[in-house]
Ligand binder design. Structure first.
Ligand code: ENP
Length: 266
């Protein structure tokens, strides 16, 4: 009856399995967590309720049970480049995006919803944002985003896509609406913005232009120390893995000489 995809099959096994994978293998530093209680709290946020009347705070217990601290200088916010962020973050090894925290990890790429007057999940269809914004998935990410931003500290990183038409910094968007407002000014030392174009994509936005300029101005007005870099090299190297022959991926021919530096006397 809804326009969106239904609940992911085997949701319970996936959430509980991902929880154990996270606490035992991906990031044991978070310590002991009760994965079955985390699943129950997750499910109780939306089962037996009108699927269009789920609020972020319905996930409060889920967040309390799955919460852990986020290492300083490791937060990575983003828009419009989920796959790139997944590999760049390296499951928390390089950066810890929301999907690399336990509370984001268990839900990443999944769909879920319940139904009024039934304790069952709806595997046929779930409401889209157009049908109602207070749906189970949207409210989950609103709560998770706000929590993630509140607990981010040190140098904050933001990876934006300079090749998208709708704006590298979309408004409305999770970063604009739930993350920036929840950053704790006294815990954040600096905000580093990276605007990276797709290798074969157009260069629509850059630091200092269009929506990136709007973002830079907003953050500066809020009192943050902001820097912005176009086509940050580390991210480019990762993208270039799939386009080794593209001209944007050529390693500069002067590089070896530069690296060798001045002729040494020994
Ligand atoms: P999209 O639309 O590119 O990608 C949405 C996909 O990313 C969904 O599969 C979603 O899982 C998963 N996902 C991972 N983290 C988030 C998330 N954090 N979030 C919403 N979906 C997330 O991404 P969006 O909607 O623009 O969100 C980007 C936001 O993520 C940025 O604000 C960034 O800073 C933040 P599922 O379960 O829905 O399939 C917050 C909102 O980390």
């Amino acid at each position: 009856k809804w326009k969106g995809e239904g609940t992911t099959q085997n949701l319970e096994s996936i959430v509980i399995g991902r929880c154990y994978d996270y606490i035992r293998i991906v990031n044991p530093a978070v310590g002991e967590k009760n994965c079955s209680a985390i699943w129950e709290a997750f499910k109780n946020a939306f089962i037996n309720k009108d699927p269009c009347n789920i609020l972020p705070d319905d996930y409060e217990l889920f967040i309390n049970l799955s919460f852990h601290t986020i290492p300083p200088n490791k937060s990575l916010f983003w828009e419009n480049n989920q796959l790139l962020v997944n590999s760049f973050a390296g499951r928390g090894r390089r950066y810890m995006s929301l999907a690399d925290t336990l509370f984001g990890f268990v839900a990443d790429y999944l769909t879920w919803c319940g139904q009024a007057n039934s304790t069952g999940l709806d595997y046929e269809s779930c409401p889209t944002m157009e049908e109602c914004e207070n749906n189970a998935v949207e409210s989950f990410w609103r709560k998770a985003s706000a929590t993630y931003a509140q607990h981010s500290s040190g140098v904050i990183h933001v990876l934006l896509n300079g090749s998208v038409v709708g704006g590298a910094y979309p408004e409305p968007g999770f970063f604009a609406d739930y993350e920036i407002p929840n950053l704790q000014k006294d815990k954040v030392s600096r905000i580093v913005i990276w605007v990276v174009d797709d290798i074969e994509g157009p260069d629509i936005e850059s630091c200092g232009t269009h929506t990136v300029k709007i973002l830079e101005n907003r953050l500066k007005t809020l009192g943050y120390d902001v820097t912005c870099t176009d086509n940050y090299k580390s991210v480019m190297f990762l993208l270039c893995l799939d386009y080794p022959d593209d001209s944007k991926c050529a390693l500069s021919s002067s590089a070896p000489a530069t690296q060798r530096g001045p002729i040494s006397s020994d």
